[in-house]
Design a protein around this ligand. Structure first.
Ligand SMILES: Cc1cc2nc3c(=O)[nH]c(=O)nc-3n(C[C@H](O)[C@H](O)[C@H](O)COP(=O)(O)O)c2cc1C
Length: 198
């Protein structure tokens, strides 16, 4: 079949997109509001966008009334955030942070997660995450009803046992990705393949 996006409603298009672009890595993002209250939420519209300088992006879909999510408004307010990698040990608690908490209530407290002071940013990282990247906002791109946040990674927190010869051991990290709806995936069978030489 061939499906013209313009001939379907937005929800059916959305289902095709999130069911096709899988698995999606999940950024667990902490940010702080003007009172210093820590906000935390997961985002699977997330990836690397540059390697020098190190830049990553994630996208916050606006609420139905067009209002920005707290994560986006906090980052636009003070320019800092921390992105954590979601894994099999912390996914349940992190899923809990996606609750639409009212302003002023920290999702970290609701989910029983522990803030740890940042090194290069005022935003804390979360102790239960094995990898955290402290980021500074470099660009905010407004995309119809999304706020794409692009940030430079200033520093990495990585649990010691995850690193071997400077590389992250995926088997120890046990990252979790998102498929469509409420379905998640752990790393399954992996295989290596050499790149062709010309
Ligand atoms: C695994 C997972 C992935 C999500 N990915 C996104 C995403 O990419 N973009 C988005 O806007 N919301 C996403 N959400 C929903 C947000 O986490 C949710 O709206 C959250 O309440 C936003 O919090 P905030 O208003 O404090 O920023 C995701 C939720 C889950 C559980």
């Amino acid at each position: 079949m061939y499906i013209r996006a313009a001939e379907q409603n937005a929800h059916d298009n959305y289902k095709l997109l999130i069911g096709s672009i899988i698995p999606r890595p999940i950024a667990f993002v902490t940010s702080i509001d003007e009172r210093g209250i820590v906000n935390a939420a997961p985002f699977s519209f997330f990836n690397i966008v540059n390697d020098e300088p190190l830049m990553i992006m994630f996208s916050c879909v606006r609420k139905s009334g067009g209002e920005m999510k707290h994560t986006a408004s906090n980052i636009l307010g003070n320019g800092e955030f921390v992105v954590h990698i979601v894994d099999e040990d912390n996914i349940a608690a992190i899923n809990h942070t996606s609750i639409n908490a009212p302003e002023g209530i920290s999702e970290l407290t609701l989910a029983g997660l522990t803030p740890v002071p940042g090194q290069m940013v005022k935003v804390p990282r979360v102790a239960e995450c094995k990898i955290a990247m402290e980021c500074r906002l470099t660009r905010h791109v407004e995309l119809e009803h999304c706020d794409m946040i692009i940030g430079e990674v200033l520093g990495f927190y990585v649990e010691d046992e995850l690193i071997h010869n400077g590389r992250i051991d995926a088997a120890k990290l046990k990252p979790v990705s998102r498929l469509a709806g409420a379905t998640y995936a752990a790393i399954g069978r992996t295989f290596d393949m050499d790149r062709p030489q010309y």
